[in-house]
Design a protein around this ligand. Structure first.
Ligand code: F6R
Length: 266
């Protein structure tokens, strides 16, 4: 397959906090404009400043959230429900306990028991039943994964169970006090589901993401680098801070500050 960078643009922001301001403002704008809003949300360290900023804005302006639905990308399999590193616990801690969402607005794939194929597809169907995801937030693994779609995953997959790669297990074991607890499997929205989102923001911050961002920009669309499929999506923006932009070609990037200047919702 050949490289196709027609559809995606790389925006370089001075800091991760600037990205958080932009993304939070975009979500607030959609909340105000839309009658129904379906958000696709990610976890991980990249999203923490985004959610902190989002809560901050919420507490200042209190927009109505009753028409918002939030779908998470993924969940570990095999952790006890009360484990602090489940993604359900992450979402509670960093977002949901600070907002007046009710349970019916929040959707997480269930990894407590090994989900059947039917249960996995049921998650993809719930998204479709609500008209699809309006805005999907994505982080990226150092190996190019999005959600937990590891290198080699078919672009045609919907929600499914994955064996986590050694690289992902190494990267994410930093969150576990006892490294042996790091799960071997997870359930994730598939690349087909992600590509179904109307708009996508892929966020990458910190120098540990510089190498994969360079590969993503220069390289072809290939299942070996799952995030490369975003080059085929009609409305994806890649948002990076300066640390993650070190290996990008500046001629193929725009300044994120241009987007920041356009923010004015409330
Ligand atoms: C998490 C997820 C993952 C992370 C990625 C980056 O829900 O889907 O793809 O976005 O592993 O993680 P951080 O942000 O911790 O570097």
């Amino acid at each position: 397959m050949t490289a196709n960078t027609n559809h995606i643009m790389f925006y370089v922001f001075p800091t991760a906090q600037d990205i958080a301001r932009f993304v939070s403002a975009q979500i607030h704008q959609l909340i105000v404009e839309r009658d129904r809003l379906v958000l696709g949300l990610a976890t991980g360290s990249t999203m923490k400043p985004v959610y902190a900023q989002f809560i901050n804005e919420y507490q200042r302006h209190h927009p109505n959230l009753q028409h918002v639905h939030c779908f998470n990308l993924d969940e570990y399999i095999g952790l006890p429900a009360e484990h602090p590193q489940t993604y359900a616990a992450y979402m509670q801690e960093y977002l949901y306990t600070h907002m007046p969402f009710v349970q019916e607005q929040l959707y997480l794939p269930c990894g407590k028991d090994w989900p059947s194929q039917e249960e996995c597809l049921g998650f993809s169907k719930q998204i479709q039943a609500l008209g699809g995801i309006d805005l999907q937030l994505l982080g990226i693994g150092t190996n190019g994964h999005i959600g937990f779609n590891e290198p080699g995953t078919s672009f045609d997959q919907q929600t499914h169970v994955v064996a986590l790669s050694e690289q992902t297990r190494r990267d994410n074991s930093r969150f576990f006090a006892d490294k042996k607890e790091m799960p071997t499997h997870a359930v994730t929205l598939g690349l087909k589901d992600i590509l179904g989102a109307k708009s996508i923001f892929l966020l990458a911050t910190g120098e540990q993401k510089a190498q994969i961002m360079g590969q993503l920009q220069r390289g072809p669309v290939t299942e070996e680098l799952p995030a490369s499929i975003l080059k085929k999506h009609p409305d994806t923006a890649i948002l990076v801070d300066e640390a993650a932009a070190q290996e990008l070609d500046p001629a193929q990037c725009k300044e994120g500050t241009v987007l920041l200047e356009k923010i004015e919702i409330y």
